[in-house]
Ligand binder design. Sequence first.
Ligand code: 5GP
Ligand code: MG
Length: 197
Amino acid sequence: MPIEKLTSSASSVAVHADLDSVLVSEFDIKKRIKKLGAEITALYGQEEITIVAVINGAILFTADLIRHIENPIRLDCIRISSYRNDTKSVGKPQVLGHLSLDLANRHVLLIDDILDTGKTLSMLVSMIQKMHPATVRTCVLLDKRGRREVEFEADLVGFQIPDKFVVGYGLDFAERYRNLPCIGVLKPHLQNPPEWA
Ligand code: 5GP
Ligand code: MG
Protein backbone atom coordinates (compact mmCIF):
# COMPACT_ATOMS: atom_id res chain seq x y z
CA MET A 1 0.00 0.00 0.00
CA PRO A 2 1.59 3.29 -1.06
CA ILE A 3 2.42 6.11 1.29
CA GLU A 4 1.76 9.54 -0.19
CA LYS A 5 3.21 12.81 1.04
CA LEU A 6 1.01 15.81 1.82
CA THR A 7 2.32 18.71 -0.21
CA SER A 8 0.14 21.34 1.44
CA SER A 9 1.58 20.91 4.94
CA ALA A 10 4.61 22.80 6.21
CA SER A 11 5.84 19.67 8.01
CA SER A 12 6.25 16.59 5.82
CA VAL A 13 3.39 14.48 7.16
CA ALA A 14 3.09 11.03 5.56
CA VAL A 15 -0.52 9.98 5.04
CA HIS A 16 -1.48 6.39 4.43
CA ALA A 17 -3.62 5.90 1.33
CA ASP A 18 -6.32 4.04 3.34
CA LEU A 19 -6.94 7.02 5.64
CA ASP A 20 -9.79 9.42 5.06
CA SER A 21 -8.28 11.96 7.45
CA VAL A 22 -5.44 12.38 9.93
CA LEU A 23 -6.57 13.36 13.43
CA VAL A 24 -3.12 13.48 15.06
CA SER A 25 0.04 13.85 13.00
CA GLU A 26 3.34 12.08 13.68
CA PHE A 27 4.87 15.45 14.55
CA ASP A 28 2.16 16.26 17.12
CA ILE A 29 2.39 12.78 18.68
CA LYS A 30 6.15 13.19 19.18
CA LYS A 31 5.80 16.69 20.61
CA ARG A 32 3.03 15.69 23.06
CA ILE A 33 4.83 12.54 24.22
CA LYS A 34 7.93 14.55 25.09
CA LYS A 35 5.77 16.83 27.27
CA LEU A 36 3.94 13.88 28.85
CA GLY A 37 7.31 12.32 29.74
CA ALA A 38 8.38 15.56 31.44
CA GLU A 39 5.03 15.74 33.31
CA ILE A 40 5.44 12.17 34.55
CA THR A 41 9.04 12.80 35.61
CA ALA A 42 7.93 15.87 37.60
CA LEU A 43 4.91 14.05 39.09
CA TYR A 44 6.92 11.13 40.51
CA GLY A 45 10.01 13.02 41.74
CA GLN A 46 12.74 10.52 42.57
CA GLU A 47 10.38 7.53 42.84
CA GLU A 48 10.66 4.38 40.78
CA ILE A 49 7.61 3.78 38.54
CA THR A 50 6.16 0.38 37.66
CA ILE A 51 4.66 0.78 34.21
CA VAL A 52 1.90 -1.61 33.16
CA ALA A 53 1.19 -1.32 29.43
CA VAL A 54 -2.04 -2.65 27.94
CA ILE A 55 -1.00 -4.60 24.84
CA ASN A 56 -1.16 -4.69 21.91
CA GLY A 57 -2.54 -1.17 21.48
CA ALA A 58 -0.22 0.69 23.88
CA ILE A 59 3.02 -0.86 22.59
CA LEU A 60 4.14 2.05 20.40
CA PHE A 61 2.99 4.76 22.83
CA THR A 62 4.69 3.06 25.79
CA ALA A 63 7.94 2.47 23.91
CA ASP A 64 8.18 6.15 22.93
CA LEU A 65 6.89 7.58 26.23
CA ILE A 66 9.26 5.73 28.55
CA ARG A 67 12.24 7.17 26.69
CA HIS A 68 11.12 10.59 27.96
CA ILE A 69 10.72 9.48 31.59
CA GLU A 70 13.83 10.09 33.68
CA ASN A 71 12.78 8.04 36.73
CA PRO A 72 13.90 4.46 37.18
CA ILE A 73 11.14 2.26 35.78
CA ARG A 74 10.07 -1.36 35.76
CA LEU A 75 7.93 -2.53 32.83
CA ASP A 76 5.22 -5.15 32.61
CA CYS A 77 2.45 -5.76 30.07
CA ILE A 78 -1.09 -6.99 30.31
CA ARG A 79 -3.30 -8.32 27.54
CA ILE A 80 -7.04 -7.82 27.43
CA SER A 81 -9.27 -10.07 25.36
CA SER A 82 -10.93 -8.15 22.59
CA TYR A 83 -14.48 -7.40 23.64
CA ARG A 84 -15.17 -5.48 20.47
CA ASN A 85 -16.85 -6.41 17.27
CA ASP A 86 -14.91 -4.38 14.71
CA THR A 87 -15.44 -0.79 15.80
CA LYS A 88 -17.99 -1.32 18.63
CA SER A 89 -17.72 -2.41 22.28
CA VAL A 90 -19.72 -5.63 22.88
CA GLY A 91 -19.54 -6.89 26.47
CA LYS A 92 -16.92 -6.98 29.21
CA PRO A 93 -13.12 -6.84 28.88
CA GLN A 94 -11.31 -9.91 30.27
CA VAL A 95 -7.67 -10.12 31.35
CA LEU A 96 -5.65 -12.75 29.47
CA GLY A 97 -2.65 -14.22 31.33
CA HIS A 98 -1.18 -12.42 34.32
CA LEU A 99 1.34 -9.78 35.35
CA SER A 100 4.81 -11.00 36.14
CA LEU A 101 5.87 -8.13 38.44
CA ASP A 102 4.76 -7.76 42.06
CA LEU A 103 2.87 -4.46 42.42
CA ALA A 104 2.58 -4.30 46.24
CA ASN A 105 3.88 -0.95 47.58
CA ARG A 106 4.86 0.18 44.08
CA HIS A 107 3.91 3.31 42.16
CA VAL A 108 1.95 1.83 39.27
CA LEU A 109 1.35 3.75 36.06
CA LEU A 110 -1.12 2.00 33.78
CA ILE A 111 -0.73 2.98 30.12
CA ASP A 112 -3.29 2.44 27.37
CA ASP A 113 -3.69 3.72 23.84
CA ILE A 114 -7.23 5.08 24.12
CA LEU A 115 -9.91 5.66 26.71
CA ASP A 116 -13.32 5.07 25.18
CA THR A 117 -16.21 3.56 27.21
CA GLY A 118 -13.87 3.41 30.24
CA LYS A 119 -14.59 -0.29 30.86
CA THR A 120 -11.02 -1.50 30.28
CA LEU A 121 -9.21 0.95 32.53
CA SER A 122 -11.78 0.97 35.33
CA MET A 123 -11.62 -2.83 35.43
CA LEU A 124 -7.80 -2.82 35.42
CA VAL A 125 -7.51 -0.13 38.10
CA SER A 126 -9.83 -2.15 40.40
CA MET A 127 -7.77 -5.27 39.72
CA ILE A 128 -4.48 -3.51 40.47
CA GLN A 129 -5.84 -1.84 43.62
CA LYS A 130 -6.41 -5.33 45.06
CA MET A 131 -2.64 -5.91 44.75
CA HIS A 132 -1.99 -3.12 47.31
CA PRO A 133 0.17 -0.75 45.25
CA ALA A 134 1.45 2.49 46.86
CA THR A 135 -0.32 4.48 44.11
CA VAL A 136 -2.10 3.78 40.82
CA ARG A 137 -2.32 6.33 38.02
CA THR A 138 -3.42 6.03 34.41
CA CYS A 139 -2.05 7.55 31.23
CA VAL A 140 -3.68 7.35 27.80
CA LEU A 141 -2.62 8.81 24.49
CA LEU A 142 -6.20 9.44 23.34
CA ASP A 143 -9.45 10.18 25.15
CA LYS A 144 -12.91 10.00 23.56
CA ARG A 145 -14.63 11.64 26.51
CA GLY A 146 -18.07 11.71 24.93
CA ARG A 147 -18.21 7.89 24.75
CA ARG A 148 -17.93 7.00 28.44
CA GLU A 149 -20.23 4.20 29.72
CA VAL A 150 -18.60 4.01 33.16
CA GLU A 151 -17.34 7.00 35.12
CA PHE A 152 -13.59 7.18 34.61
CA GLU A 153 -10.97 9.86 33.94
CA ALA A 154 -7.30 9.23 33.22
CA ASP A 155 -4.66 11.13 35.21
CA LEU A 156 -2.63 11.94 32.09
CA VAL A 157 -4.07 12.38 28.59
CA GLY A 158 -2.25 13.02 25.33
CA PHE A 159 -5.14 14.26 23.19
CA GLN A 160 -8.91 14.60 23.44
CA ILE A 161 -10.42 13.31 20.19
CA PRO A 162 -13.96 13.26 18.77
CA ASP A 163 -16.15 10.15 18.68
CA LYS A 164 -14.54 8.48 15.66
CA PHE A 165 -12.99 5.04 15.28
CA VAL A 166 -9.27 5.67 14.79
CA VAL A 167 -6.29 3.60 13.67
CA GLY A 168 -2.53 3.99 13.62
CA TYR A 169 0.31 4.39 16.11
CA GLY A 170 -0.60 1.11 17.85
CA LEU A 171 -4.35 1.23 17.24
CA ASP A 172 -5.70 -1.40 14.86
CA PHE A 173 -8.62 -2.38 12.74
CA ALA A 174 -8.69 -6.21 12.56
CA GLU A 175 -4.96 -6.11 13.57
CA ARG A 176 -4.02 -3.87 10.61
CA TYR A 177 -2.65 -0.32 10.65
CA ARG A 178 -0.85 -0.48 14.02
CA ASN A 179 2.37 0.57 12.27
CA LEU A 180 1.09 3.89 10.88
CA PRO A 181 3.11 6.77 12.38
CA CYS A 182 0.04 9.00 12.69
CA ILE A 183 -3.54 8.52 13.97
CA GLY A 184 -6.42 8.79 11.54
CA VAL A 185 -9.82 7.64 10.40
CA LEU A 186 -10.14 4.95 7.72
CA LYS A 187 -11.93 5.63 4.46
CA PRO A 188 -15.57 4.55 4.92
CA HIS A 189 -15.41 1.64 2.42
CA LEU A 190 -12.46 0.13 4.40
CA GLN A 191 -14.24 0.13 7.76
CA ASN A 192 -15.91 -3.22 7.13
CA PRO A 193 -14.10 -5.13 4.37
CA PRO A 194 -15.79 -8.56 3.92
CA GLU A 195 -12.47 -10.39 3.41
CA TRP A 196 -11.42 -9.51 6.98
CA ALA A 197 -14.61 -10.71 8.66
P1 5GP B 1 -12.81 1.09 26.51
O1 5GP B 1 -12.73 -0.14 27.36
O2 5GP B 1 -12.43 2.37 27.21
O3 5GP B 1 -14.11 1.18 25.77
O4 5GP B 1 -11.82 0.91 25.30
C1 5GP B 1 -10.52 0.71 25.43
C2 5GP B 1 -9.99 -0.14 24.31
O5 5GP B 1 -10.87 -0.21 23.17
C3 5GP B 1 -8.72 0.46 23.80
O6 5GP B 1 -7.63 -0.06 24.51
C4 5GP B 1 -8.72 0.04 22.35
O7 5GP B 1 -8.14 -1.25 22.25
C5 5GP B 1 -10.16 -0.10 21.96
N1 5GP B 1 -10.64 1.12 21.25
C6 5GP B 1 -11.48 2.06 21.69
N2 5GP B 1 -11.68 3.02 20.78
C7 5GP B 1 -10.92 2.68 19.71
C8 5GP B 1 -10.66 3.29 18.43
O8 5GP B 1 -11.17 4.36 18.06
N3 5GP B 1 -9.80 2.63 17.62
C9 5GP B 1 -9.22 1.45 17.95
N4 5GP B 1 -8.41 0.89 17.07
N5 5GP B 1 -9.42 0.85 19.15
C10 5GP B 1 -10.26 1.47 20.01
MG1 MG C 1 -6.61 -1.78 23.73
